[in-house]
Every structure is written in C-alpha cells, then in structure tokens.
Ligand binder design. Structure first.
Ligand SMILES: [Zn+2]
Length: 81
C-alpha cells in the first residue's frame, strides 16, 4: 500500500479519538427504544424526538442517550434544563 496513504489511515485513527475536534451541525437517527422506534433530529443545536414523552418537556431518555454518546460534539443544553 502507498506509504502516504498508510499515514492518512494513522492520522484518521488519531482524529477518531479526539471528539473535541468535531462539532456536529445536523444529525438524524432512528432510535430503537424499548417501546418502539423514534426519530431523533439535531439541527441548529436544537434536539427533537418524536416520542410522546418529549412533547411539552423538550427532553427524553432518547435525546439524553444521544447527548451522552456524542458528548463534546453536540449541545447538551436539554440535559441541563
Ligand atoms: Zn424520545
């Protein structure tokens, strides 16, 4: 393999353990919860989940779980409120 490409792979592995270098701008995921699947979106530092609990509370276990998983790369405001 091309030695310069091998260096790129090593650099990528180095970056991959530095989440503070990443700021997620938009994100959408399907979350397989215990009671069904939910769509979670993140845009403009605002989270949204389509589960019943989220309505009126603007927070739920699905959003909190995503914030924990993506810590350092997304806003965690919903957890603090
Ligand atoms: Zn939810």
């Amino acid at each position: 393999m091309d030695p310069s490409f091998m260096k790129k792979i090593e650099k990528a592995k180095d970056y991959a353990v530095q989440p503070d270098r990443i700021k997620i701008k938009t994100y959408q995921a399907e979350f397989r919860g215990d009671n069904g699947n939910h769509t979670i979106t993140y845009e403009g530092e605002q989270w949204h989940c389509d589960c019943d609990y989220y309505v009126g509370r603007e927070n739920c276990t699905h959003v909190m779980a995503m914030q924990i998983m993506l810590e350092g790369m997304v806003s965690t405001e919903a957890v603090a409120s």
